[in-house]
Design a protein around this ligand. Structure first.
Ligand SMILES: Cc1cc2nc3c(=O)[nH]c(=O)nc-3n(C[C@H](O)[C@H](O)[C@H](O)COP(=O)(O)OP(=O)(O)OC[C@H]3O[C@@H](n4cnc5c(N)ncnc54)[C@H](O)[C@@H]3O)c2cc1C
Length: 317
């Protein structure tokens, strides 16, 4: 079956992987000349279904629990399974308890346990929540590895209209989709580098306005994210957001004050009203969209659902 996938973000590439595994003849079309329109490029890469449950439905937890295994099976060595730490400054310690009351899958850690987990944070926080089963990956590395794996297996990547006709089109164009039910949720992030701090896992800091987190990557690089603004504006990060993200990093460890700012970035998360993604079919077009803040967490499940729908459609046709 000839399948055209529109969009090479996390939705498109995971769909390509699942459709290829079922014998599809796949072309991926993405006209982008840079990454600025691709939310996936700016993601933190947290695979944190328990933490996300704080503000998401139970379904996000249930489906998200499968994500780390999917990524590890697709891209061996891409997933770090060191859990997540959730911390709060002394003044917001009650908020830590509130976070705990809305989630599961964690243990309470005291200052000593915290120092054992993250030696560089010794003496800085009195207690925290440790979500041992959670994981993370480097989204840019994962997307690049996945595209290379697909290309090596015969998937064609094109930037102009695909050649010829297709039996099925899978629309994975994120916020670029002409879908009035979607809204954009702007996410601003920073990339910092310092040799003076080491972290083994993502650390979330309770923040009054949006969930702030710091995700360690290779080469002493840290992604600091992310704002949640009801807007599809793609303009540069604002001074206020930059200050808030930097403040969070600095309050986690003052050595971040001397870090190099390698990059600032803005991605627009595609979201439906209930913040839950959908796989939908209209004629020969199947769409995967609305991944909101759960692209890496939920795209594998959505891709499997879409692949099942594509081949069911073939049988019926
Ligand atoms: C700052 C930030 C942090 C995040 N952190 C996390 C995280 O830690 N964990 C997590 O799971 N999720 C996270 N997310 C959410 C995640 O990034 C998104 O849910 C996900 O990237 C959406 O993927 P997508 O493939 O649907 O869209 P996109 O990544 O936006 O990809 C859409 C693609 O379609 C292409 N396109 C557009 N129009 C067309 C067209 N007409 N034809 C063909 N192609 C087209 C675009 O060029 C683009 O490449 C974060 C998001 C942001 C912004």
């Amino acid at each position: 079956m000839r399948i055209l996938i529109k969009g090479a973000g996390v939705a498109g590439l995971t769909a390509a992987h699942e459709l290829l595994a079922r014998g599809g003849d796949i072309t991926v079309l993405d006209p982008r000349s840079d990454t600025s329109a691709t939310a996936s490029w700016y993601a933190g890469g947290m695979l944190a279904p328990y933490c996300e449950r704080e503000s998401a439905d139970e379904q996000v937890l249930e489906l998200g629990l499968k994500a780390a295994c999917w990524w590890e099976a697709a891209l061996p060595g891409s997933v770090v399974r060191n859990g997540t730490l959730v911390l709060a400054p002394a003044r917001d310690i009650r908020e830590l308890d509130r976070f705990g009351s809305r989630t599961s899958g964690f243990s309470h850690v005291d200052a000593q346990e915290l120092a054992n987990l993250e030696p560089d944070l010794e003496g800085r926080f009195r207690r925290g929540l440790f979500f041992k089963e959670e994981a993370h990956l480097d989204p840019r590395r994962a997307l690049t590895m996945l595209a290379e794996k697909l290309a090596a297996s015969g998937v064609r990547f094109v930037s102009g209209e695909g050649d010829g006709t297709f039996d099925v089109i899978v629309d994975c164009t994120g916020y670029g989709a002409a879908n009035p039910d979607l809204r954009g949720v702007r996410g601003e992030m920073l990339v910092l580098q310092t040799r003076d701090v080491s972290l083994a896992r993502p650390v979330r800091l309770i923040h009054p306005r949006f969930p702030v987190y710091i995700v360690p990557r290779a080469h002493h690089i840290f992604m600091v994210g992310a704002t949640m603004i009801e807007s599809d504006a793609t303009g540069p990060i604002t001074a206020r957001s930059m200050m808030e993200l930097l403040n969070a990093a600095y309050s986690l460890h003052p050595a971040f004050g001397e870090a190099a700012i390698l990059e600032t970035g803005v991605g627009v998360r595609p979201a439906y009203a209930d913040n839950f993604p959908r796989v939908q079919r209209e004629g020969k077009v199947i769409s995967i969209n609305g991944l909101y803040r759960h692209g890496f967490l939920l795209a594998p499940t959505m891709a499997i659902q879409a692949a099942a729908m594509v081949f069911k459609y073939e049988k019926a046709a």
